[in-house]
Ligand binder design. Structure first.
Ligand code: IMP
Ligand code: MG
Length: 182
């Protein structure tokens, strides 16, 4: 029994992830040349992406993490989120890049963006690995996107289903029976 046995289809391979993350790193290097950048990762989904992205950039970067939790049903984003872990440092006057795993309705990210903007960073941009643009309910500006994907539930490379599959080294679609209520 292997984790991969639960996957119906590989949507984005390890090689595709690596080459896209490298490209994003190059773009960010150009954008932030000579600037100290603060990467703000949203736990836990963004962890794999964030550490790979940071290593793809020849820049002075610091890493911060925040954790949030959605109220109510996890499967349907309400956009009403609760702050579980705040940043350790003040971001006023800093150049901040939010690093997110996936943007679905956009409600979660819109909330985080407003919260961080209120702290008056020098700049605030967003880098999302995956963009399910068809599902968007609010306009949130995505400055950098790894891949636009269809509205299907995916796991791997940080993304989970009920706390599992984050460590798969690719993005895949779960077999339907894995969603079955136990
Ligand atoms: P939004 O508020 O609808 O944009 O929800 C975004 C959050 O929902 C992401 O940060 C993920 O935690 C979660 N999410 C949305 N789609 C998926 C998916 O396909 N797989 C795993 N988590 C997802
Ligand atoms: Mg998330």
């Amino acid at each position: 029994m292997s984790l991969v046995d639960d996957i119906d289809e590989v949507m984005i391979s390890t090689e595709q992830l690596q080459s896209r993350v490298t490209e994003l790193g190059r773009s960010l290097e150009r954008e932030y040349a000579g600037i100290d950048l603060l990467l703000v990762g949203v736990l836990k989904g963004a962890v794999m992406f964030m550490v790979d992205l940071a290593r793809a950039m020849d820049l002075k970067v610091d890493l911060e993490f925040m954790a949030i939790s959605s109220y109510g049903n996890e499967a349907v984003s309400s956009g009403v989120v609760r702050l579980i872990k705040d940043l350790d440092q003040n971001i006023a006057g800093r150049h901040v890049l939010i690093v997110e795993d996936i943007v679905d309705t956009g409600l979660t990210l819109a909330y985080i963006r407003e919260m961080l903007l209120a702290r008056e960073p020098a700049s605030l941009r967003i880098c999302a690995l995956l963009d399910k643009h068809e599902a968007r309910k609010t306009d949130v500006p995505l400055d950098y996107v790894g891949f636009r994907i269809p509205s299907r539930f995916v796991v791997g490379y940080g993304l989970d289903f009920a706390g599992t599959y984050r460590n798969l080294p690719f993005i895949g679609v779960l077999k339907p029976e894995k969603y079955a209520v136990k």
